[in-house]
Design a protein around this ligand. Sequence first.
Ligand code: ADP
Length: 436
Amino acid sequence: MIQLPKIRDIVVKVALILLPFILIGMAFGYVYQAIAIGLLSIIIWHYFHLLKAIHWLWYDNNSAPYNAKGAWALLFDGLFQLQRKHKQKRKELGLLIKRFRKGAESLPDAVVVFTTDRTIVWCNTLAQIMMGFKMPSDIGNRLDNFLRHPEFIHYLEQKEYDEPFEFSSPLNEHITLECRIAPFEKNQWTLIARDVTQLRLMEQMRKDFIANVSHELRTPLTVMRGYLEMLPNDEAPSMGIWPQAHKMMSEQSQRMEALVEQLMTLTRLENAQPTQYAKPTDVPALLEKIQSDAIALSNNQHEVTLNIDKSLWMLTDKEQLRSAFSNLIFNAVKYTPAGGKIEIEWLSDDKGGAKFCCKDNGQGIAPEHISRLTERFYRIDEARTRDSGGSGLGLSIVNRILKIHDSKLTITSRRQVGSQFGFVINKKFICPPESQ
Ligand code: ADP
């Protein structure tokens, strides 16, 4: 480390430089003039080095610094080292950017880097093919000049990028792109888009298939059930198995009808919008009705309690809400042995919304099943073998209804202890009781 010189040392040094001038001045009888010449030479010497430093910094900084003396040598050395560090850093940064770009080029997705004010910084080749950017000419252009969908602009403005966003490609409206946005560096973001056209087409095909099959099955089933109901099971005495067969056929056709009905409900829900049939709904009254249905279903074998805030009504489609509540509450009855307890709660949460919870002390669910329960037709083996009459569609219906209401089902459970199914409803769906 270089020590800062003391004032005394500087004075001594200047005096030593001036000494020969003073001596010569004394010899010729011009002391003051000689000192002035000495001082002027010091100033000229420093000014000369200053100009050299400026020249080196501005025009010649690739070469080694001048071989200066004294303080100027230290200054040049310091500047040279700083500059070397700077260059090294720039080189490393350049390599990093090159590596990032190479990595981004090898991704199967389109990648666009843009700034907070939506200026394009860079994009990979796939982004150019899928979205029509041109590199490098589009660097500095605005992202929303290319992707002009109002919903996309709204998505950018909201800055809530947890959920992906889908839009059609600006080059071909039949291509669906799913994009995600993630922070890249300070004030920079990456947009990663992939082509999901085939995926969405297949999803639509699946939905259409289920809708058509359910629709086509309904009519023959209704006819079959109609005839079965018309035929009393004690007729046709010549057939010994008839009463048993009649019972089985009636039960199974009833079950198939319920299944078809559930499938059609799911199809309807796939296309439903949150506000489609929304009306102020008396949730407490609805829950009281479902509570009495649950008691009837359980044959009075369970204790079903309600803890509800009567002031919490909801803006919703009543039938959807009924379906969500009853699926969860009836499941609690079905999967809790007789004598068990089911607690239902509908209370306000700390964000002005409401939370629903249905807790039972039944058989519980092993952890490996929990994340899969909302899949269509997913049933735990035990439920299949014991045959509670379910289809495995109930929770997927609940899940879909909650999605329409911007909510999610949360499930906590422990084997042989019980389960808890709950969800939170955002305050935008909550309304005060309507005066009747
Ligand atoms: P299901 O028609 O079979 O009841 P659901 O989709 O409603 O179909 O439920 C899926 C599976 O989740 C059920 O088969 C059952 O195994 C399990 N399940 C649902 N609710 C509960 C509960 N309260 N306690 C234990 N298991 C449950």
